[in-house]
Ligand binder design. Structure first.
Ligand code: ACO
Length: 389
């Protein structure tokens, strides 16, 4: 029997702190008028000291689960698409898995910059359709404010923080993820990058002094690339789903620049009211922008069962991609009882995590005590015995 991968839960989380264009004008040489005119952005949310990529991801994931009625322990896979993971490792997805109490889930991060959410939904949908898993949480989460160069007026005005999540579930009813195109062009990698902090240019006083840990971008080139690929990727995905552009009720583009979205609409000859646009309130939240926009559109009653949606994005790499989804789940208010249950699961997950840490510590103590009583194994070469030879 054919299996389909349906979006049955969605959720978002943004920090409370709002940074307006007027606030930015006090920090760098810019104006509200310039930013609105060139980008469409009026304000963005910024993580405060309590918000992290994992904490925002967790809140969005919990909301997606509450909506879908899937319990954390029934989640088989968690993918966090992010350009601002909490660490090089462990994966942010593992932090979310622990805090969620998703005991039997595999978890990993996916790095494809702003296209990451589309890539990750496609990976999860493939795993569901193949029959290897039933439930997957896909999260796009960012704290870009932590890697923005706040002295660079050409980039610091663009980005914001937030997270969005989908719960994908196996189903027999036709629909869900119908097609996806994923593309990349590494020859444009230098157009948008965070140069240092990886293995090629490790962190040093010099890299910090030269601000090589912040976002660097050739805005004009990225703009040209984005306007080129948004329309073509959409057309490819629609064709691959066996549909026509007229069949698409809603396009949800990556929110990077209103002018890029307008150019895509012109290229596709679609009216702008078929696009979900919320860039004025959040700026570019990278991997989080598409699931945040879908969540807001669903909550505003713009998405109905049976509708065909295109999700389309681009980003560093360079990467780009588009996906056609057929929506199946009606928007309903989440009952208060389910929210209370979710809070309870979250407390249980914290307790369980604490107990596991305690058990690991005790195990270490016992193991240490046991091995302290043993004679050293002379047959094994140690650095010291090597030296003596
Ligand atoms: N305020 C005032 N003036 C500014 C500002 C600012 N914030 N930023 C740049 N300028 C100036 C420039 O210095 C330049 O001045 P000059 O002509 O004297 O040299 C002038 O404005 C025009 O600069 P441009 O770079 O040509 O401006 P443009 O219209 O291209 O807009 C922008 C710049 C908004 C960055 C645009 O190029 C853009 O949006 N590019 C795409 C960026 C993008 O989408 N990135 C995200 C990719 S997704 C991901 O993976 C993270």
């Amino acid at each position: 029997m054919a299996r389909y991968a349906h979006v049955t839960g969605w959720g978002m989380a943004v920090p409370e702190l709002v940074l307006t264009n007027a606030d930015l004008a006090l920090m760098v040489d810019t104006t509200d008028e310039w930013i609105v005119d060139r980008t469409g952005i009026r304000e963005r949310r910024l993580a405060d000291k309590h918000d992290t990529t994992a904490s925002l991801a967790l809140q969005a994931a919990q909301r997606a689960l509450e909506r879908s009625e899937v319990r954390p322990r029934d989640v088989d896979l968690i993918i966090v698409a992010t350009s601002t993971p909490e660490h090089l490792f462990p994966a942010t997805a593992c932090l979310v898995q622990d805090r969620l109490g998703a005991r039997t889930a595999g978890a990993f991060d996916l790095s494809a910059a702003c296209s990451g959410f589309i890539y990750a939904v496609n990976m999860a949908a493939q795993a569901i359709r193949s029959g290897s898993i039933d439930n997957a949480l896909v999260i796009g989460a960012e704290t870009l404010s932590r890697i923005v160069n706040w002295d660079d007026r050409s980039t610091c005005i663009l980005f914001g923080d937030g997270a969005g999540a989908f719960l994908l579930q196996a189903g027999e009813k036709p629909g869900g993820v119908l097609s996806c195109v994923m593309r990349s062009d590494g020859s444009g990698g230098d157009l948008l990058s965070v140069p240092a902090g990886g293995s090629r240019i490790p962190t040093s006083l010099e890299t910090v002094r030269r601000k090589l840990h912040g976002i660097q971008m050739n805005g004009r080139e990225v703009f040209r690339f984005a306007t080129r690929v948004m329309a073509s990727a959409t057309q490819e995905a629609v064709q691959a789903a066996g549909l026509k552009l007229d069949d698409i009720e809603l396009v949800v583009p990556h929110q990077a620049n209103l002018r890029i979205i307008e150019a895509a609409a012109r290229g596709l000859r679609l009216p702008l009211n078929r696009f979900v646009i919320n860039i004025e309130r959040y700026g570019n939240t990278s991997t989080a922008s598409i699931p945040i926009a879908v969540t807001e559109a669903a909550e505003a009653g713009r998405v109905h069962p049976g509708d065909h949606l295109v999700l389309v994005g681009f980003g560093a790499g360079l990467t780009w991609g588009a996906m056609v989804l057929q929506w199946v789940t009606p928007e309903r208010p989440v009952p208060a009882r389910r929210r209370r249950l979710s809070a309870l699961w979250s407390t249980v997950a914290r307790l369980r995590s604490g107990l596991r840490r305690l058990a690991r510590w005790l195990e270490g103590l016992l193991w240490g005590a046991a091995s302290a009583g043993k004679e050293p194994d002379e047959s094994r070469p140690s650095p010291k015995t090597e030296d003596r030879r």
